[in-house]
Design a binder for this molecule. Structure first.
Ligand code: FES
Ligand SMILES: [Fe+2]
Length: 445
């Protein structure tokens, strides 16, 4: 068996210029390395600050198995802490969300921590006098990863080393500004609950598909055919319903999807739909456009509403849309198990119709009971099983490949170019094959 842990060359050999080896989806050893290297060394979305509006509010989550608490500290800032007591490692908070007041108290031996993670109190304090507890890591309190908040989006990096937030995301960050500026007040709020789906496939299969604009024509053929027949039966004077407006574009042909355009960025990030997307035709309510223009001016409003990408990938675990205002957070559970969370955001100061559009879209396409998602699920789970069977061990990413494509870190391509996937795998190989640094957040990272 290949010793990937100690053989960076073997990892790099899995990602060729125009294809990847099936082990990237199948190997348990590689999945463990992803947890130690890829997810710890990258910046990942934790939550949105609107989930913790008041001091003491917290939300618990994880990044690939690393338990985290996002909490609003007394000074109003949002902090991210490891959900792991400094004494013996007990889970400090078990609820998904709540308000902890001024401090967290461990349920095991009642050590307490301020909401910035510093140690507040220890029972039997005098018994720690003249010990080394306060001078070592334990005395420092809860481990706090590096954190960055951009327009309300909270990200963390669990490794103390590696690029800072702005360098890691670079020129893809203005997409978050676009999303926030869809609010006349410049603020978003998470609302409408969260849809969760567990899929029996590797997380990368899901992420690649976010950028796959060739598959809707065939995979979702039944969706678009049904939508067309409903539309044809619609009386001429009846308006096109919101659901139809959202489902009909799935049947747009290959030419349309190629013309939508895409852009790749360093570190695996991408925008699919730089020119247009299946979301471009949505009606913009007059009162909304007016409120936007009054708040942001004509030019910025035109810029914000004119950019309506199909999917933007903040590699490796976040994908978002501008309209509808939707986030998908990918949570790898195992080499063949992936949890996908779908969140809706409402732009503050915008009419309720925008929220209704987001929730309708999420229900129609991302819910486990949707008419769209089960098409994809059927494909993903089939691939996961079939790749393990006898046959060609390579997965093709040849579409529109060019020998010189790696020379330009940022470039515009057609919406059907598989460069977006190749770009993800190049980032994957770079993070996975790099030297292993010692790291105070996750032990050996
Ligand atoms: S494990 Fe938390 S106080 Fe002991
Ligand atoms: Fe799909």
């Amino acid at each position: 068996m290949t010793d990937y842990r100690n053989d960076a060359g073997a990892i790099r050999a899995l990602v060729q210029d125009d294809r990847v080896h099936r082990d990237v989806y199948l190997s348990e050893a590689l999945f463990q390395l992803e947890r130690e290297r890829l997810f710890l060394r990258s910046w990942n979305y934790v939550g949105h600050e609107s989930q913790v509006p008041n001091p003491g509010d917290y939300y618990t989550t994880d990044i690939a198995g690393q338990p985290l608490i996002m909490v609003r500290h007394a000074d109003g800032t949002v902090r991210v802490l490891m959900n792991r007591c400094a004494h013996k490692g007990a889970r400090l908070v078990c609820q998904t969300h709540g308000n902890t007041g001024k401090f967290f108290r461990c349920p095991y031996h009642a050590w307490s921590y301020r909401t910035d993670g510093t140690l507040l109190g220890v029972p039997l304090k005098h018994q720690y006098e003249n010990t080394r507890m306060h001078a070592c890591e334990t005395g420092a309190g809860l481990v706090a990863p590096r954190v960055a908040v951009h327009r309300g989006f909270v990200f963390a990096c669990l490794s103390a080393q590696g690029p800072d937030f702005a360098d890691y995301f670079g020129a893809v960050l203005p997409v978050l500004d676009n999303l926030a500026d869809r609010s006349p007040q410049g603020e978003l709020q998470v609302t409408g609950g969260c849809l969760r789906s567990v899929m029996r496939c590797n997380w990368k299969m899901y992420l690649e598909n976010v950028n796959d604009s060739v598959h809707p024509v065939s995979t979702h053929e039944s969706v678009s055919a049904t939508a067309r027949s409903v539309d044809e039966a619609r009386p001429d004077d009846a308006p096109v319903s919101m659901a139809l407006q959202q489902l009909l574009p799935f049947g747009s042909g290959y030419e349309f999807f190629a013309r939508t355009g895409a852009r790749v960025y360093p570190n695996g990030h991408s925008v699919l739909g730089t020119n247009a997307s299946i979301h471009s035709g949505y009606t913009i309510p007059d009162d909304y456009r007016l409120a936007m223009t009054q708040a942001h001016g004509e030019a910025r409003t035109h810029e914000v509403l004119g950019f309506s990408p199909q999917n933007v990938v903040f590699y490796p675990l976040l994908a978002l849309k501008g309209s509808p205002q939707t986030l998908r957070v990918i949570r790898p559970l195992g080499v063949d198990r992936t949890l996908v969370e779908t969140w809706g955001l409402v732009p503050r100061g915008a009419p309720q119709e925008l929220l209704r559009r987001t929730l309708t879209y999420n229900r129609l396409t991302f819910s486990p009971m949707s008419v769209v998602a089960h098409d994809d699920l059927h494909i993903f789970e089939g691939i996961q099983a079939s790749l393990a069977a006898q046959g060609n061990p390579w997965v093709s990413l040849h579409r529109e490949y060019r020998d010189d494509e790696q020379l330009q870190p940022v470039q515009d391509v057609s919406g059907t170019n598989e460069l977006l996937m190749r770009n993800q795998f190049r980032a994957w190989a770079a993070l996975m094959a790099a030297e292993t640094p010692q790291d105070e957040c996750g032990g050996e990272a």
